[in-house]
Design a protein around this ligand. Structure first.
Ligand code: UN1
Length: 498
């Protein structure tokens, strides 16, 4: 019998009113790791009530004190890093070195946002009238709804939860349905750190649970990371209720390699960014845009690298690449082999399931001879699949790079400083790397993308606070008389001022 994961509502670990349950399977063994509730709209409503009840006290708690709780969260995460990493690997498959990195991102974000407890900067600016003062303050909003994916069970929720909490909001969180046990283990850290009851609430579940959160009238903000189709549905429904929405959706990220690149560095970076996390990062490299001269040698080296990757259970320290998250993901990735073949693409490495009896494993795969516009070049496969596209020039490379529905991350390998700066100027994705793969974004900088990747909002860094705060503009007139700005400014200014 696997453990039953309960919901966390109003500081209590509670059963779902729906009673419906589902199993969270280990993708490497297909065994059950935990059983969780498929929570109903009623469960969501109870969590929203708890968040509303906790809001006034939390918003009036001085922000430096809120920050101290986040620092304690960081300390506890450090202590529990190994156990959390192991649990995540069991639930979603990526190797322990990567799940450890996932916890580390949450630790980094907890320290960063904890520090915001003593900043949360607003600003003042000069005003048009004498004896008057103006300032802009960041204000909390109320109850925020978070919907997060399974691929970064701690990191991605931390990007949402921690800025939301430090800004004085209370939270209802619907975690990815493949990772309920990891998610409640994360929530337990907040409970143990002394976060007051009702400030953070967790309801596990699938689509209908998320939908209830999006449609609840008292949830003023929805922050979503996940697939493009679901994200657009969330956006549409939330728009009808006039909610603020932050979306982070797909990617079709490319590394550009110029003839003058540092060859060995490029090979290592491409291998890691394409096949790390089994290609299941929204920032993963799924396209290699390579200049003609270096291409044959580079493709040869990448085939050798792909074929040498050790596939297996992520808990085994010698494993380099774990399984895909579930059967559905495996079916999707496998289906793209036929799409590639029917477009005349050459499967130069991988293309099959490895010879492992259980688990949702797929080989690191390299598609050669891909042309811009082909389905495998445009659609997010979300697996260990890299498409190679040959180009003649930097201009062509940048054009191909920019020409997808997504706009998350891009990279260029070149030793030419002019080419690097032109790429920085002309690449239109939200994140750009020079001589580094497309993954590895740090939490102190804005994270997010252009075009179909998002809706113009960003997570992390200072920009991440914008999702969870309202600006309040404050004018203080200490002249003791009516000063009508925008009407009689000239009269008042010529009237002397004391
Ligand atoms: C994601 O895949 O949703 O830059 C996030 C990176 C990580 C975060 C990825 N820091 O790849």
């Amino acid at each position: 019998m696997s453990d039953l994961v309960k919901n966390y509502v109003g500081g209590q670990w509670v059963e779902s009113r729906s009673g419906e349950r589902f199993d969270s399977l280990n993708p490497a063994t297909e065994e059950s790791v935990a059983t969780a509730y498929n929570s109903s709209a009623e469960d969501v409503a109870a969590a929203v009530e708890a968040a509303k009840a906790a809001y006034d006290k939390w918003r009036l708690t001085p922000a430096p004190r809120r920050g101290e709780i986040l620092f304690t969260v960081a300390e506890l995460l450090k202590q529990r890093k190994q156990e959390l990493a192991q649990l995540m690997t069991q639930e979603m498959g990526k190797i322990v070195a990567e799940t450890g990195g996932d916890v580390q991102e949450a630790i980094d974000m907890a320290y960063y946002m904890g520090g915001e407890g003593r900043r949360l900067m607003g600003y003042t600016a000069p005003v048009e009238m004498p004896n008057k003062f103006g300032m802009a303050l960041r204000d909390s909003v109320g109850v925020v709804g978070l919907i997060t994916p399974w691929n970064f069970p701690l990191a991605v929720p931390s990007w949402k939860m921690l800025p939301a909490l430090i800004a004085g909001n209370t939270v209802v969180w619907k975690p990815g349905e493949d990772v309920p046990a990891s998610s409640v283990a994360f929530a337990k850290v907040f409970e143990d750190a002394g976060l007051p009851p009702g400030v953070l609430n967790v309801v596990t579940g699938a689509g209908k649970t998320g939908e209830a959160l999006v449609n609840h009238p008292d949830v003023r903000i929805i922050s979503f990371t996940g697939s493009t189709d679901t994200g657009i549905r969330v956006y549409t429904q939330a728009a009808q209720l006039g909610k603020k929405v932050t979306l982070e959706m797909g990617g079709k990220n490319a590394i550009i390699v110029m003839d003058d690149a540092n060859f060995d560095l490029a090979v290592q970076a491409i291998t890691w960014s394409a096949y790390g996390t089994t290609g299941q990062r929204c920032t993963a490299t799924s396209r290699l845009i390579v200049q003609k001269g270096i291409k044959p040698k580079l493709v040869e080296a990448l085939i050798a690298k792909a074929n040498a990757i050790r596939i297996g259970n992520g808990l085994d320290a010698t494993t380099e690449m774990g399984p895909l998250v579930n059967q559905k993901a495996l079916n999707k990735v496998a289906s793209y082999m036929d799409v590639a073949k029917s477009d005349g693409v050459v499967i130069a490495a991988g293309g099959n399931r490895p010879d492992i009896a259980k688990g949702y494993f797929f080989q690191p795969t390299l598609f050669d001879g891909v042309k811009p516009g082909m389905r495998v070049e445009q659609e997010e496969i979300f697996g260990p699949v890299l498409s190679v596209i040959e180009v003649e020039s930097l201009e062509e490379a940048i054009h191909v790079n920019n020409n997808t529905r997504y706009g998350l991350s891009s990279s260029i390998f070149t030793e030419n400083v002019n080419a690097a700066f032109r790429a920085i100027r002309d690449i239109t994705t939200g994140i750009v790397y020079i001589n580094h793969g497309t993954t590895g974004a740090e939490i102190q900088f804005p994270f997010g993308g252009t075009r179909g990747t998002g809706n113009g909002m960003r997570e992390a860094g200072q920009a991440g606070l914008n999702s969870f705060t309202e600006w309040k503009s404050v004018y203080v007139d200490y002249s003791g008389r009516l000063q009508r700005a925008q009407i009689d400014t000239d009269a008042i200014l010529s009237d002397g001022n004391d």
